[in-house]
Design a protein around this ligand. Structure first.
Ligand SMILES: Nc1ncnc2c1ncn2[C@@H]1O[C@H](COP(=O)(O)OP(=O)(O)OP(=O)(O)O)[C@@H](O)[C@H]1O
Length: 304
């Protein structure tokens, strides 16, 4: 179990990136969902031992990661947001180099381990191709291969599906789900679909604070019966945005299709009750004025 207690990070400025995060992350896949700037990367870097928190505690199975980052290293795999690959190396040479850099040892030899890891992430066919010829999805799979080396207890992946096309994203989801069978995988993302597809539980982070810890099913159940959808003109849409909580406004066949949260209030004419999506739940949490932006707020369990 990975446990975070009252984790605070203040950058010079000062910028309060984390304002007291409390979180327990069990085995399996766990999502950390939040908009850009919420503090996800800061949190990931602290967990990876690359950044010191201003205060607070992080433990992995009882070992203090903050005071003892070296003790953690063999148990940790990290796929950062910007992974630096050498474009002119082959996938195989790149991975071998990364394993050497990480100090991984293998009884069967590093070359064999490289081949096994490439097989694990379905890249054997591209082992001899230069990394510059890899698609975004192939690069991310190579990134997971290096994170898997040494069979870590904890894998941290920071925004791994940004920029992948739908097919690559799906393939990457399958790989992550498989990897999470045997360990804790902490997935940071601003993409709601990542969480919907992969995470039995997730935390929502907003302005450096955890504002909810829930599951996709619970989050949707909590707003069941309160989401309505209809068509609106541009003027009607501005009025709705002023007076209601709009969870979605998209153009569909040239007209505004709008989803609103209407727990008690009367529903505009033509609007019909629809099944809530995780996106609805997430957007409501992001707009929730109950979640103060400046004052301390304990983690809230949604509909438990
Ligand atoms: N080195 C730094 N110095 C000062 N401020 C920083 C630094 N790194 C991040 N920040 C600020 O801290 C806050 C949280 O940033 P962080 O990168 O952790 O967010 P994020 O949720 O990962 O967003 P993104 O997805 O855009 O990376 C932001 O306001 C950001 O501008």
């Amino acid at each position: 179990m990975l446990s975070l207690r009252n984790l605070v990070k203040v950058y010079p400025g000062p910028v309060a990136a984390l304002r007291g995060v409390d979180l327990d992350v069990p085995r399996g896949m766990f999502g950390l969902l939040g908009p850009n700037g919420a503090g996800k990367s800061t949190l990931m870097k602290i967990l990876a031992g690359l950044l010191e928190p201003t205060s607070g505690e992080v433990t992995l199975d009882g070992t203090d990661i903050v005071r003892n980052p070296e003790a953690l290293r063999p148990y940790l795999g990290y796929l950062p947001q910007e992974f630096g690959f050498y474009p002119y190396l082959t996938g195989e040479a790149m991975l071998l180099y990364l394993l050497e850099l990480k100090g991984v040892t293998a009884p069967q030899g590093l070359k064999k381990l490289t081949a096994e890891l490439l097989e694990r992430v379905n890249l054997t066919f591209a082992a001899k191709r230069k990394v510059k010829e890899y698609s975004g999805g192939m690069r991310q799979r190579l990134g997971i291969a290096q994170a898997l080396a040494g069979n870590p207890k904890l894998i941290i992946v920071d925004e791994p599906t940004a920029g992948l096309d739908p097919e690559e994203r799906l393939r990457f989801y399958r790989l992550l789900a498989e990897v999470a069978h045997e360990r804790t995988v902490l997935l940071s993302t601003h993409i709601v679909e990542d969480v919907a597809m992969l995470c039995p539980r997730f935390a929502v982070i907003r302005q450096g604070r955890v504002v909810a810890i829930t599951s996709p099913t619970e989050a949707k159940a909590a707003i069941q019966g309160t989401i309505f959808e209809g068509t609106a003109t541009a003027a009607e849409l501005s009025e709705l945005q002023r007076t209601r909580r709009v969870t979605q406004a998209v153009l569909f066949e040239g007209r505004n299709r709008v989803r609103i949260h209407a727990p008690n209030a009367a529903v505009p004419p033509g609007f019909e009750r629809v099944t809530p999506t995780l996106e609805d739940a997430y957007l409501l949490l992001m707009k929730d004025p109950q979640v103060p932006s400046e004052n301390a707020e304990p983690a809230r369990e949604v509909a438990r």
